[in-house]
Write a protein of this length. Structure first.
Length: 319
């Protein structure tokens, strides 16, 4: 059996489409655990009305009285899960009808612990854009790339397009970090990839809904930018503890992303906060300057950071 975990919070518009995409699966031996995270809209009643009419005993509805966050909901779902494998689906996304079938076959034929499919973005309920990240298989290092002078970590899958062995999850004791509001998915997935290889299905079987293309370009607060660096440092500690090979590659990503995040904070006009993070991550910035494969203009900007001069940092906002 496969346990599907679906957190639900204020998503009355799309949740039934998500549930229906699970019901429509060609692989039928599943349970769906829906955790309503104290929604303040009509999500709870929409789902309850649907389940009264559908009467499918494979669907379990848990109604939290207090909002705990998506990580708490997923962790609760994992504790309740009875399936041999676990998958996640957010309440505004949906699957192709063969999603579970295809991933279950792949996980059995490769004897792997972690399997995934490719996915696509949906904008404005109609525009489909395929994720263009290269389909790689393997451990975490296989998803770290040097793109021109930029280090990047890119996954060809989404938290809603994976299938994981439940026993492996329990043994590894990896859960979603409940004190993070951003990059919680990335930390969960990245930790798993420190200790196992991922195998892929070269098909788009999951659809990730985006309400607005501008969501990719939203302005974050400084502490939200810093959540990415918190994610990387937590991942690094876990990778070191579990003897991930080639960990220096992960360190390169952290050094590069430190520079980019501080630059973003400064360009957003948060000069005082930028100075705070320059002091906090000064060692990384000094290492960035030493890496001569980074663009010269980026290394010059980084040198300006280290002067810690507010007037100069203000000038960087428009460069």
């Amino acid at each position: 059996m496969i346990s599907v975990i679906m957190p639900l919070y204020n998503n009355e518009k799309y949740v039934i489409e998500a549930i229906q995409s699970v019901i429509n699966q060609t692989y039928e031996d599943w349970e769906l655990i829906i955790i309503n995270d104290a929604s303040t809209d009509n999500s709870k009643f929409v789902v309850q009305n649907f389940l009264e009419k559908k009467s499918d005993k494979r669907i379990i509805f848990i109604d939290l009285k207090e909002n705990k966050g998506v990580s708490f909901a997923r962790n609760l779902g994992m504790r309740k899960a009875k399936g041999e494998y676990i998958s996640f689906l957010d309440s505004d996304d949906f699957w192709d009808k063969s999603f579970l079938d295809e991933l279950y076959k792949r996980i059995k034929e490769t004897n792997c612990k972690f399997c995934f499919s490719q996915y696509a973005y949906i904008y404005n309920d109609k525009d489909i854009i395929n994720c263009k990240t290269k389909l790689n298989e393997g451990n975490l290092i296989e998803y770290i790339y040097m793109n021109k002078s930029r280090w990047e970590m890119l996954f060809p899958f989404h938290i809603g397009s994976i299938l994981i062995e439940n026993k492996f999850l329990k043994t590894s004791q990896i859960i979603f970090p409940e004190d993070q509001t951003l990059f919680e998915d990335a930390l969960f997935i990245s930790k798993l990839l420190c200790i196992t290889n991922a195998m892929g299905v070269n098909k788009i079987l999951m659809y990730y809904r985006q309400q607005d293309k501008s969501a990719f370009h939203k302005d974050f607060l400084p502490e939200e930018y810093n959540q990415e660096l918190i994610f990387f440092y937590r991942l690094k500690r876990y990778a070191e503890k579990n003897n991930l090979l080639n960990i220096y590659i992960l360190e390169n990503v952290i050094i590069y992303r430190t520079y980019r995040i501080i630059l973003s904070i400064i360009k957003s006009g948060y000069i005082n906060e930028g100075l705070e993070y320059i002091n906090l991550y000064e060692k990384n910035l000094k290492e960035f300057i030493k890496r001569k494969y980074h663009r010269i203009n980026d290394r010059i900007k980084c040198r300006i950071f280290l002067l810690k001069n507010k007037k100069l940092l203000n000038l960087l906002k428009n460069i």
